[in-house]
Design a protein around this ligand. Sequence first.
Ligand SMILES: Nc1ncnc2c1ncn2[C@@H]1O[C@H](COP(=O)(O)OP(=O)(O)OP(=O)(O)O)[C@@H](O)[C@H]1O
Ligand SMILES: [Mg+2]
Length: 254
Amino acid sequence: MPDQNDTAVHVKVQDLEMRYNNFLIQKNLNFEIRKGEIFMIAGSSGSGKSTLLRHLIGLMKPVNGKIFYHDRNLWDMLPQEQKALQRRMGILYQSAALWSSLTLGENIAILLENFTDYDQSEIRHIVEFKLALVGLAGYQDYYPSDISGGMRKRAGLARAMALDPDIFLFDEPTAGLDPVNSQRLDSLIKQLRDNLGTTVVVVSHELDSIFAIGDTVIFLDSEEKTITGMGVPADLRDHPPNSRVSEFFNRENK
Ligand SMILES: Nc1ncnc2c1ncn2[C@@H]1O[C@H](COP(=O)(O)OP(=O)(O)OP(=O)(O)O)[C@@H](O)[C@H]1O
Ligand SMILES: [Mg+2]
């Protein structure tokens, strides 16, 4: 658990409603993400987890409701303020985690070249350092296709870390990985938080991950189209507030 600023709110979501055109995805979403916590977004396929992440990042504008970062409404900010905030986010999308035509080193360096004033030698050092943090020391000249799926995910994390973000937002980081690599990635995410104190938001429907690293979880119900469960993962499993939360958190097939 985060040991400092335990109650500081990093992100606050108020009465959020999300739609594609007129089609309702989720409504009445209300929750807070505390600074330094690992906050899980769970729910069945199609419930709107990735859509919620896109709203948190500011890629989609809410139909109704508000998203606050440190008490500032994301959509009351000037465009350049929004961009500055987004630059402080370390994002791992559900697909296309890396640019396949660039080496692992170039995948990270391109962000530093675009958004910082570091010179080439400083950038080289930062790239080496970030890759080392995820257990990929010496792999900067490899292409994504040269390495395993687990290593690619870790390289994606290294890229998300490039600009020393205030908050990480990961969409299904362990999807498609075998249990051993899933566990490695989960430990890495936990280490990131423990060592850097960074707030981490993780979309996941995988119970092993939710129980292993989540401080708080919200359950997006695809029938009710709102959050029907919120709290400490093990509490939701042991004291589910309704049958769909119970089914989700107690299912055999993880
Ligand atoms: N660009 C889009 N335009 C219209 N509808 C969309 C779009 N993207 C997603 N949807 C629909 O919105 C709903 C929520 O999609 P979303 O991708 O957020 O779900 P998810 O919970 O992330 O699912 P998964 O677990 O499969 O990744 C789905 O019914 C999906 O078909
Ligand atoms: Mg998704």
